[in-house]
Design a protein around this ligand. Structure first.
Ligand SMILES: C[S@@+](CC[C@H](N)C(=O)[O-])C[C@H]1O[C@@H](n2cnc3c(N)ncnc32)[C@H](O)[C@@H]1O
Length: 267
């Protein structure tokens, strides 16, 4: 049992690949990847070629139109585990941070460990990291809730309008299958209605897409909440909802602390 698993992330664009992820990709006995962005994919292919290693195999082949995404993820996990069981040091590569909204990476680590194989994950740069940089948002200032859009609706989750909110996967809200050419947005009015329990219709929200290529600008569309159904939203859009109002400081708690003022920046 000399197999092992290291799950790494490419970040959102090719320049985000960390030195430790590059080393893992170069040295692994086998690499399996699921990377949407073509430059990062070519970069991984080149790293393998330069190192004289077997080409990376593409896990994206398990996706198919109308197929439940969970079925695809299960097949990805099975394939990663098959490679680990052949006693190879396996690097599984996912885009962004491999542990953020990435079921197959967590599940393959869980299963590998359950079978007695060493399995670890390296952090990567996620879409949320890019969002904080591009929109100039520090989550320390007002706090930040992160939710998945369908999960928000299905579980009737509560939002705190004094916090910022990052809502992932708005572009496939209500859909459990895969659609290679994009999802219809028929459930967007439901999403707006649910958000309207916490925000007025004129509250400005941001439809955000981090740039996939260096030197390109991110796509940042600011719209009133009520205008969300007509915004340009696709499968890689993330919604940022700024706080509606700020939470007052409890003066009694502040008096107990040995600080005079508090800015909440963590500084
Ligand atoms: C399956 S999750 C993968 C997230 C990824 N692991 C990460 O760390 O960013 C897909 C969701 O991530 C977000 N996302 C992916 N790429 C993005 C981009 N370029 N800009 C903004 N959000 C993005 C969207 O909310 C999208 O629906």
């Amino acid at each position: 049992m000399s197999g092992s698993l290291l799950v790494v992330g490419t970040g959102i664009r090719a320049g985000h690949l960390s030195q430790e992820a590059i080393a893992a990709i170069r040295t692994a006995g086998a690499v399996a990847y699921c990377i949407a962005e073509p430059l990062s994919r070519s970069f991984v292919d080149e790293l393998r070629e330069e190192a004289g290693k077997l080409p990376a195999e593409d896990l994206h082949r398990f996706y198919a139109n109308d197929k439940p995404r969970m079925q695809t993820y299960t097949q990805m996990v099975e394939r990663i585990l098959e490679l680990v069981r052949t006693d190879l040091q396996v690097a599984a590569v996912f885009y962004g941070h491999p542990g953020i909204f990435a079921y197959p990476s967590h599940e393959s680590i869980r299963q590998a460990r359950a079978e007695g194989y060493p399995a670890e994950m390296l952090a990567g740069i996620s879409a949320a990291d890019c969002l904080f940089a591009d929109l100039g948002v520090d989550p320390a200032t007002a706090g930040c809730q992160m939710l998945e859009a369908s999960d928000f609706l299905l579980r009737r989750r509560r939002l705190d309008p004094t916090c910022g909110v990052v809502l992932w996967q708005i572009g496939c809200v209500g859909h459990g299958d895969y659609q290679g050419s994009g999802y219809d947005l028929r459930y967007m009015p439901m999403l707006v209605e649910a958000l309207s329990a916490f925000y007025p219709p004129e509250h400005e929200v941001v439809v955000y897409q981090a740039a996939h290529f260096a030197l390109c600008d991110p796509v940042v569309e600011r719209v009133p909440l009520a205008g969300l159904p007509t915004a340009r939203i696709n499968a890689v859009s993330t919604l940022y909802i700024p706080p509606l109002f700020s939470q007052a400081i409890d003066e009694q708690v502040l008096a107990k602390f040995k600080i005079k003022t508090f800015h909440g920046t963590g500084a």
